[in-house]
Design a binder for this molecule. Structure first.
Ligand code: LP5
Ligand code: MN
Length: 243
């Protein structure tokens, strides 16, 4: 059994080495795997399945080809692409998972999440998160003309960059107490998430037990990394450069 996990690719809707890298990933390592977990923020932003499926046609077609070849695909929504919907799941033949979800693969049991939910010190973000996950707010947004939606998304990305410049670093990370509580509630000794762009393997204690929090790497042109779960072991692998 080989399971691959990745997140935070932030693929733009214009041509880019990251998009080429993701396609190489899908046609290479992903095609030899049994299951792929994409833990959010695959896309720079997602303003509706009606727009995204067309804009990312090559990615969607490759994901679907993988599913049809028998690779199981699971998606979790991130804070950029939380509008991924049933149209996307249908087009890729993948499954959208609730955030968080407990998963068992090949003798490993882990709680998977995007990660933003646990950044509870970032009050402004959590307020925005609650608003933007509201079904009515999302429905209203999706009724807007495409260009209006695109303008709002661009504006929100600008605001986010601006806000992050002034936020203390520690509030943009997960809250350690929330992590321990969440792991205890779900009865897991392993948590895998992305979002914070601080890839690391943290050792911690949950009650009397040793536990592990694995933070996935965000993708950059010089670091397109994914996590491989195989034979009960986890390892980080870098996608080789093109050519
Ligand atoms: O994404 P990143 O890494 O820059 O920062 C995140 C948090 N920011 C976000 C915002 C996204 O980047 C923008 C997503 C666009 C999605 C498409 C549009 C869909 C709209 C649907 C509406 C129903 O997630 C950032 C965190 C950081 O991670 C670290 O955890 O700090 O949080 C913020 O920057 C949030 C600000 O602090 C508050 C923003 C308030 C904006 C309110 C404007 C209201 C306008 C409503 C328009 C619909
Ligand atoms: Mn994120």
């Amino acid at each position: 059994m080989t399971t691959l996990l990745l997140s935070d690719l932030h693929l733009p809707n214009t041509p880019s080495p990251l998009r080429e890298g993701f396609l190489r990933f899908l046609h290479g390592p992903a095609a030899k795997a049994d299951a792929i977990y994409l833990l959010g923020d695959i896309f720079e932003y997602w303003i509706g399945d009606d727009v995204g499926i067309a804009e990312y046609a090559a990615e969607v077609a490759s994901l679907r080809a993988l599913s049809e070849a028998g690779v199981r695909l699971y998606f979790m929504r991130g804070n950029r692409d939380f509008l991924l919907g049933p149209g996307f799941a249908k087009a890729t033949r993948g499954r959208l998972l609730p955030d968080p979800s407990v998963i068992e693969f090949d003798g490993l049991r882990a709680l998977l999440g995007h990660g933003d939910l646990w950044c509870t010190g970032d009050k402004a973000y959590q307020r925005w998160r609650r608003f933007s996950r509201n079904r009515l707010a999302q429905w209203l947004f999706l009724q807007l003309p495409i260009e209006r939606r695109r303008a709002i998304a661009g504006d929100l990305r600008g605001k986010s960059r601006e806000h992050k410049r002034y936020k203390p670093e520690d509030i943009m990370d997960v809250d350690p107490e929330v992590i321990v509580r969440t792991m205890r509630e779900h009865g897991v000794a392993r948590l895998i998430h992305g979002h914070t762009h601080r890839p690391a393997d943290h050792q911690l204690r949950v009650g009397n037990h040793r536990a592990q929090r694995i933070v996935l790497a965000d993708w950059r042109e010089d670091r397109m990394e994914y996590l491989v779960a195989e034979d009960g072991q986890l390892r980080r692998v870098q996608l080789p450069p093109a050519g």
